[in-house]
Design a protein around this ligand. Sequence first.
Ligand code: FAD
Length: 117
Amino acid sequence: NLGNETIKAELGRASWKLFHTILARYPEKPTPEERQTLSDYIHLFSRVYPCGECAGHFQKLLKKFPPQTSSQAAAAQWGCFVHNQVNERLGKDLFNCDEVAELYKCGCDEPEAEEDL
Ligand code: FAD
């Protein structure tokens, strides 16, 4: 069903956008509590993701490749890696993970935002 595929893809794009933007804003030097919070968030996300097939696959991915929470760069590169695992399974092109830092901005209190004014 083409309609369902379109809706599933739209949900996926929105979800990945939020996912990578959260990782882009994760602290450089997270506290143990911040690390636990990110790990919990990602595991809970994989439990509530509203596409049963997708959620099941993603839970297996998390078991194989647990979230990397030691730093912003580690988390963002891990996020790119797991998204690429999904891309690969769906027969999509792999994304160049050198580009994640540039691509995911939140429009919040980033230092660059002041220069844009
Ligand atoms: P998307 O994969 O949605 O990517 C959106 C944009 O993010 C791309 O245009 C690119 O700019 C950027 N991007 C691409 N790769 C990366 C990367 N590695 N790191 C950072 N940025 C990147 N769909 C299914 O049909 N079956 C599934 O089992 C399935 N499982 C999913 C599991 C999860 C957890 C999520 C969030 C989505 C899942 N989806 C699944 C949806 C699927 O991953 C895509 O979101 C959807 O097919 C739309 O794909 P797209 O080509 O528009 O780009």
